[in-house]
Design a protein around this ligand. Structure first.
Ligand code: SF4
Length: 318
């Protein structure tokens, strides 16, 4: 029996994808600290949510810890991750005279400052975000206990019972779904018409651009593969956006996780990467797709990003 030849598999390569300016700065901070102070350099929590990045920094001499009590008092620096930390963390580092280097992304710091200003003006702050994510823990920790309330869903809004409905403001996590957050923000404003919104979107440019790019690419694909770690918020959102646009969508930490059955019989596979996923992992995924029959790789045109952040001030000095 003669077999019908299937059309060759084509790969669309999303743009922009992968590293954002905050991630580049945080990784640079660890590398620069290693070069300046020598190993070991302690890093509180994963510097960015990517196993490959964390493992490569470990090999260069970084030691990742969960809390500051694991850092010895021997003069070695300790770096705070791009996700930001509660105020108590630099406080504890200062009281122990640790050499602390803050690699919090400046766009997360912007949200911290907004929350502080609202608090100073007597407003109760609502944070739209995901419980337990380190960025949310850090942002909640900018204000005294009880001064901020976390909202994760539309259902949470119905449960809110603020002491003064006329004195509310909201801020958001930087890596949320643009569409879901708009819905939650609109519902908040409907329920509390006087609530103060951020002057400028808290969702960062990198999250917005990567989601927009997936919205453009996904309708052209049967399957979308996102390179990212399971604990990476923005990578998870990219997978969801692709799914909402009608594509099958999967997330992989490495090329080895790609299952051949996901692409069997498919015509077009879209590839993108979360803001903490390095390009080397994208290249490995492309090679595996080629080995599984992809005949053509078409890079898509996307917005050019020019955002660059300077290093934390402790490292920017000579
Ligand atoms: S995803 Fe956005 S907020 Fe997070 S590190 Fe990157 S630029 Fe900063």
């Amino acid at each position: 029996m003669s077999q019908v030849a299937l059309p060759p598999l084509e790969v669309l390569l999303c743009a922009p994808r992968g590293f954002c300016a905050g991630v580049v700065r945080a990784i640079d901070a660890v590398e620069k600290a290693l070069a300046r102070y020598g190993a070991p350099v302690y890093v509180r929590h994963e510097i960015v949510h990517n196993k490959y990045v964390v493992e490569s920094l470990k090999q260069k001499g970084a030691i990742f810890v969960s809390e500051l009590h694991e850092v010895p008092d021997d003069g070695a620096p300790v770096i705070f991750s791009a996700h930001g930390v509660a105020k108590s963390v630099p406080g504890e580092a200062a009281s122990r005279r640790l050499l602390a280097i803050d690699a919090t992304c400046p766009l997360v710091t912007k949200v911290h400052r907004e929350a502080e200003i609202h608090h100073r003006r007597g407003r109760h702050v609502i944070l739209i975000g995901h419980a337990g994510h380190p960025e949310v823990v850090g942002t909640m920790g900018q204000l005294p206990e009880g001064a901020m309330t976390l909202v994760e869903s539309l259902e949470d809004i119905a449960r809110l019972a603020p002491a003064n409905e006329a004195n509310l403001a909201y801020v958001t996590q930087t890596t949320l779904s643009v569409d879901d957050t708009r819905e939650i923000a609109e519902a908040l404003t409907r329920r509390f018409p006087q609530i103060v919104a951020p002057h400028k979107e808290d969702i960062c440019y990198a999250t917005q651009n990567r989601q927009d790019a997936v919205k453009f690419m996904a309708p052209k694909c049967d399957v979308v593969i996102v390179v990212g770690s399971p604990n990476s918020s923005n990578s998870n959102r990219l997978r969801e956006v692709a799914e909402h646009m009608g594509a099958q969508a999967y997330m992989v930490e490495s090329a080895a996780e790609l299952r051949p059955e996901w692409i069997a019989g498919k015509k077009r596979v879209g590839v993108t990467a979360g803001a903490s996923a390095p390009e080397v992992l994208v290249n490995e995924l492309i090679e595996r797709l080629k080995a599984l029959g992809a005949a053509k790789v078409q890079p898509l045109e996307g917005i050019t990003e020019s955002v660059v952040f300077t290093l934390p001030r402790e490292l920017a000095r000579r």
